[in-house]
Design a protein around this ligand. Structure first.
Ligand code: GAF
Length: 384
């Protein structure tokens, strides 16, 4: 759905043209998983799939929300009644952003919103972050708040952590707000410093496939929070602020100090080696050795499967099948427990790989996956 259609639907719903239309993308993470709440490194890029929002201001303290994809009518909320309570409805994401902005002292007096999204939900591709960021950007523009992108991302994260009640890190919101077309975003989640790394696979005869396993994941569920708590325990036992502070060169010694804390050992090993993998991928891309990132991605998958223990049979099957069919590298992406995997491949192998993965899923009796090519796309922006 394009900007004009979203604006037309807004006019049907609310009886007037919107003041503007904004877009915010989903993302895939190339490397750097479960490092963002450990002050570490991540490297996502934006997908062409976006959430569009047609929005107008209101002055009466009311927020009205409508989504093209979710059945039902307009949801009407009073701004002074917005309170964090672990709401799992989709409306909690946009409402949470407005709550976070108001709580930070910004005078938002209401809005009418119509949303339409092409970001697959529950697929580990950041549909929620895209929904948060599109609202934050619209409010920033309409209310003249002048907030920088990184700050909008922080407020969106606060909405998700406190209002929705999902203990996620800062990667997804920053990716949606700050990514640039043709680039991956090398982000230091400690200070949010960023570097745009050119990532033009097509120019090198390469492709990146996303395989949505159709296994739905959820972050407000307990497993994500347990991993996060385990990492925090590891940092406390090692006497550091965050696992980011454990040097890769000192990993063996750090693990030895953890003694028989077997679970914490595995979590710490994943995070420290994953931060190192992000740095290796950045170095390889900067020196033009794009094909060589493949094995690093695959190592990342093994670490998430064996140490962090957040993969699932469908994700492992994508990775195994892709590698056996000539992929350069493959890994799960996002929070895990389902969602999507990414596959780095020669352009000429895409059809064979896609078929092989589809056949492997059919043979295993799994729901058919959705496979598509991902190109690094623009971050959030105003359409009109
Ligand atoms: C999810 C979270 F939202 C991110 O903050 C990040 O932790 C990711 O899982 C794992 O890398 O997408």
């Amino acid at each position: 759905m394009g900007a004009q259609q979203v604006a037309e639907r807004f006019a049907e719903l609310y009886g007037a043209q919107p003041e503007g239309v904004w877009a915010a993308p989903g993302r895939v993470n190339l490397i750097g998983e479960h490092t963002d709440y450990n002050d570490g490194f991540v490297m996502p890029f934006a997908l062409p799939h976006q959430v569009l929002a047609a929005v107008s201001r209101r002055t009466d303290g009311v927020l009205r929300l409508h989504s093209a994809e979710v059945g039902g009518g307009i949801t009407e909320l009073r701004l002074d009644g917005l309170t964090p309570q672990g709401d799992e409805n989709w409306t909690a994401y946009p409402a949470g952003v407005v709550w976070a902005l108001r709580e930070a002292g910004h005078a938002i007096t209401g809005a009418d919103v119509h949303l339409s999204s092409t970001v697959p939900t529950g697929a580990g591709l950041s549909s929620s972050a895209a929904l948060e960021v599109v609202i934050a950007l619209a409010m920033n523009d309409l209310y003249g708040l002048g907030l920088p992108r990184w700050k909008l991302a922080r407020l969106c994260q606060r909405a998700e952590n406190v209002y929705v009640g999902a203990p996620t890190g800062i990667m997804d919101q920053t990716a949606s707000a700050c990514c640039e077309q043709g680039h991956a975003l090398f982000l230091d989640t400690r200070d949010l410093s960023q570097r745009q790394i050119p990532f033009d696979l097509a120019a090198e005869g390469l492709r990146l496939l996303v395989v949505d396993t159709q296994v739905k994941h959820a972050h407000s569920g307990g497993e994500y929070g347990k991993r996060r708590a385990g990492c925090e325990k590891g940092a406390a036992l090692l006497g550091v602020d965050a696992l980011r502070d454990v040097p890769y060169a000192g990993l063996d010694e750090a693990l030895a100090r953890l003694g028989d804390e077997e679970e914490v050992v595995r979590l710490v090993r994943h995070v420290v080696t994953e931060d190192h993998r992000v740095e290796r991928v950045v170095d390889l891309l900067r020196s033009g050795e794009t094909r060589a990132i493949g094995p690093v991605l695959t190592e990342g998958h093994a670490s998430l499967r064996d140490d962090f223990r957040i993969s699932c049979p469908e994700l492992d099957l994508v990775v195994e099948t892709a590698l056996a069919t000539g992929a350069l590298g493959a890994r799960m992406t996002g929070g895990g427990f389902g969602g999507s995997a990414i596959v780095l491949a020669e352009a000429t192998d895409v059809d064979t790989l896609t078929k092989a993965v589809e056949e492997a899923f059919a043979t295993s009796g799994f729901t058919a996956p959705r496979v598509f090519e991902a190109t690094p796309s623009p971050g959030a922006h105003r359409l009109h």
